[in-house]
Design a protein. Structure first.
Length: 360
């Protein structure tokens, strides 16, 4: 049934890695300024409020520096469990708040599973305001202007860049295994971690919670038989077009079908690494059915490299479904657009399962 749906929708065939990356840069996320930079960091051990005294909490400061000495610094929070030597890493790119966008404090569970936890707030890199403010923080450091060129990066690109520069420093730390780093984001930061993983193949796995349009959901809406989700005009109306490059704004109304790319390109750029998407049944904006079909279509990129993609029944997903057999994982739960405890548990299960296997 699912293959018939995909065939009827005439989805774009996958291209070479170079072509897919170029099309996504030119028409969706944009290109970063090409500046020679050095990356360094510092680590300060600080107190924490968890009961286990063997846990270490550090504030890391990542510094990007140009040849002329100008620099930009942003913080990370690192927790290291005491019962595991060189633990693998879960990096959570989050929105500001007590526990970011998660609304639940999962530090004990994450550390108890034997993962170190890195927390990076997107607003410590670039404001999460809308309608195109680039002349501050990382954007200012990179020499950006509010009057962008058509292919200049959007905020998703800037946040993703910060994740990669954080990984640069994490890979130098002797007490963690940053070569096995999973990167997690929710909603617009789900879109961001997908783009970070597409551009930077050093991320061991990507965990995408409800990324929706501009993330894992199809961006050519004729390809989705269910008619849900958002459109380019919705982002323009909300002012969140600035997450993307200026070229993104031209694909309104009927021109959506003229896009030379679709989001299966984005997912295919993660192959053959580990990727897990989480969806909810009452989340029309994220368009869970469309995300699922995109993962199915992108699975051929994993299969072409000798790995399993999405392994699932020949039907659309139901609440309660959890599919972790392949290198693409999937779950759907009941509920709304959020990153909740159930999502976290599924991601922790997926990471634990994949780390018991050989590298992808």
């Amino acid at each position: 049934m699912l293959q018939e749906i995909l065939k009827a929708r005439n989805l774009l065939p996958l291209e070479s890695r170079e072509t897919m990356l170029r099309l996504l840069e030119e028409h969706s996320y944009g290109k970063l300024p090409d500046l020679p930079l050095t990356v360094s960091g510092t680590a300060e051990t600080v107190p924490h409020d968890l009961e286990d005294p063997a846990i270490t909490r550090q504030i890391l400061r990542i510094t990007l520096q140009k040849e002329n000495g100008e620099y930009f610094t942003y913080p990370l929070e690192l927790y290291i469990p005491g019962h595991v030597a060189k633990p693998p890493v879960l990096m959570h790119l989050h929105m500001n708040g007590n526990h970011g966008d998660s609304r639940v404090d999962m530090r004990r569970e994450i550390l108890g599973r034997g993962f170190s936890l890195v927390r990076l707030s997107n607003e410590d890199v670039m404001p999460d305001s809308r309608n195109g403010n680039y002349e501050t923080m990382l954007g200012a450091f990179l020499g950006m202007h509010n009057d962008r060129g058509p292919e200049d990066t959007g905020k998703i690109g800037l946040w993703a860049f910060a994740c990669s520069r954080a990984l640069d420093y994490l890979l130098t730390l002797p007490d963690i295994d940053a070569a096995h780093t999973f990167l997690l984001g929710h909603s617009r930061l789900g879109k961001t971690v997908l783009w970070a993983g597409a551009r930077d193949e050093r991320f061991f796995g990507i965990l995408d919670n409800a990324s929706g349009y501009g993330g894992a959901a199809t961006s050519r809406h004729g390809a989705c038989p269910f008619g849900g989700g958002e459109r380019v005009v919705d982002f323009i109306r909300a002012g969140s077009w600035d997450w993307f490059c200026e070229n993104f704004k031209k694909y309104t109304e009927d021109l959506e079908e003229a896009k030379p790319y679709d989001q299966a390109f984005l997912l295919a750029l993660l192959a053959p690494r580990f990727y897990c998407m989480g969806t909810a049944d009452d989340d029309p904006g994220a368009d869970a059915d469309s995300m699922y079909l995109t993962a199915l279509h992108a699975s051929s990129a994993w299969e072409a490299r000798g790995a399993k993609g999405l392994v699932a029944p020949d039907r659309m997903p139901h609440p309660g479904d959890v599919f972790h057999e392949g290198n693409i994982g999937f779950h759907q739960r009941e509920g709304k657009h959020e990153l909740n405890r159930e999502d976290w548990e599924h991601y922790l299960d997926f990471m634990t399962e994949k780390l018991t296997r050989n590298d992808p």
